[in-house]
Write a protein that binds this ligand. Structure first.
Ligand SMILES: [Zn+2]
Length: 199
């Protein structure tokens, strides 16, 4: 399982300070009363956008590893939450999904670029839709509305803290719960419309 490593570091600072070394898990999430033999269990690597490590523990009673994911990383997805947020921002400023895919991923084919983009848009929309309800934000599931509501320029990263109590059940890329069923849905608007919406 993954739990939150609540550090206010950028990925560059995390790397520079090797902050996974100082990471500490004071009690087992399965056995807060202790006595389960919780022990440090090395690290595992994240390879994108930079190679860095995530600290890990093992609970022998639950037969489960527990990793401390720093807030800037997306969960169960490569890269950082802020990269995903910027991707969606750029996509929304493009005239069409095709133009966005070509601008963001000129290195891959258009169908592959559209799939790449669709995943990111979908994960953001899912998490914002759920959080709009859980946090009673009265926000539409749009990044800009959440940025305004929480006075945060990089709101996906901030949502780890704001929605902390919901993380175990919340789907990736913000939460640590299971993915929602139904993998991908179509991109949500037509090709020839200006001003993309995530609705
Ligand atoms: Zn335990």
């Amino acid at each position: 399982m993954q739990i939150r490593y609540p550090i206010e570091l950028t990925m560059e600072e995390y790397l520079e300070q090797e902050a996974w070394v100082q990471a500490n898990l004071h009690c087992c999430p399965f056995h807060p009363e202790g006595g389960c033999g919780l022990a440090r269990h090395g690290t595992y690597p994240r390879k994108f956008p930079e190679y860095c490590l995530v600290a890990r523990w093992y609970c022998p009673m639950a037969h489960c590893t527990i990793s401390l994911l720093p807030d800037f990383f997306a969960s169960r997805f490569p890269g950082t939450l802020d990269e995903v947020e910027q991707t969606v921002n750029i996509a929304q400023s493009c005239a069409s999904w095709e133009a966005a895919a070509e601008a963001l991923r000129p290195d891959i084919s258009l169908p592959a670029g559209l799939r790449w983009l669709r995943r990111r848009v979908q994960y953001v929309r899912e998490v914002l839709t759920i959080l709009a309800g859980l946090l009673v934000t009265k926000c539409a599931p749009e990044l800009e509305e959440f940025r305004k509501k929480y006075h945060a320029d990089h709101v996906l990263t901030r949502l780890r803290e704001i929605a902390e109590e919901h993380l175990p059940a919340l789907p990736p890329i913000v939460g640590f719960g299971p993915r929602l069923r139904g993998r991908y849905c179509p991109l949500p608007c037509s090709n020839n419309r200006r001003g993309l919406s995530m609705d």
